[in-house]
Write a new protein. Structure first.
Length: 234
């Protein structure tokens, strides 16, 4: 989070509460995008990259639960809070089952919400720093993301920042699906046709760098994303 304001997607159909909360969070040094229905919230999420989502549940066009499912399909790790007047146990359980980090019932204390947001963003920041120091053995290759180095039998390739970040995400999802949208939003900032074509070029470059180990493969899962296949016993 250093050097830039954390970006929050706030979806709230009550115009008064939405503006009050947006202004309060902006005064607390957050960059807030406010949308007043779930469909617009999803469009904003697909268009921009956010660090955290605050979702009302009862919204027109698309409710908060449905929006949360759509968001989780793209980014399973983004912190997500529900802000809701629905206090029934069943609703709260459903919220957590959808992967909410917190379920906050209205009315709520804005200062407490702010402290919860800061705590979860700090936790994620700490986890990202730990991840930055992780190295990977990919078959007969060794990958050091911190140094941007891919080594193979004494030869070292220095990766560009985008090559490095893409290979890091593939390695973190090793033998599992890396969703296309997730990679595009994190590395390129948005999921557009032209960014998608650019990512395909970078995938081709990574395949070339890894070609000296025939057991490693970057598989295109059509319409969904990519999978870095590395033998478990490699």
């Amino acid at each position: 989070m250093e050097g830039k304001k954390p970006k929050i997607l706030l979806c709230e159909d009550d115009p008064n509460l939405g503006m009050v909360l947006k202004n309060y969070l902006e005064l607390s040094d957050f960059d807030v995008t406010l949308e007043r229905d779930g469909r617009l919230g999803l469009a904003a999420f697909q268009r921009e990259r956010f660090d955290l989502c605050l979702l009302d549940i009862m919204m027109p066009h698309m409710d908060g639960f449905t929006l949360a499912e759509e968001i989780r399909d793209v980014d399973p790790d983004i912190p997500l809070f529900f802000l809701s007047a629905k206090t029934m146990k069943e609703d709260i359980i459903q919220g957590y089952k959808l992967g909410a980090d917190d379920y906050i019932t209205k009315p709520f204390d804005s200062e407490v919400l702010l402290l919860k947001i800061k705590a979860i963003l700090k936790r994620n920041d700490d986890l990202n720093k730990e991840s930055d120091n992780k190295e990977f053995d990919l078959g007969t290759y060794h990958f050091n993301p911190k140094l941007r180095e891919l080594s193979h039998k004494g030869q070292t390739q220095t990766l560009s920042p985008k090559e490095n970040e893409l290979l890091k995400m593939l390695a973190e999802h090793m033998n599992d699906l890396l969703p296309r949208e997730q990679a595009l939003k994190k590395i390129w900032g948005s999921d557009t046709y032209f960014n998608g074509r650019s990512m395909d070029v970078y995938i081709a470059k990574l395949r070339k760098y890894l070609k000296d180990d025939s057991q490693i493969e970057i598989v295109n899962i059509h319409g969904n994303g990519f999978r870095l296949v590395v033998p478990v016993n490699a």
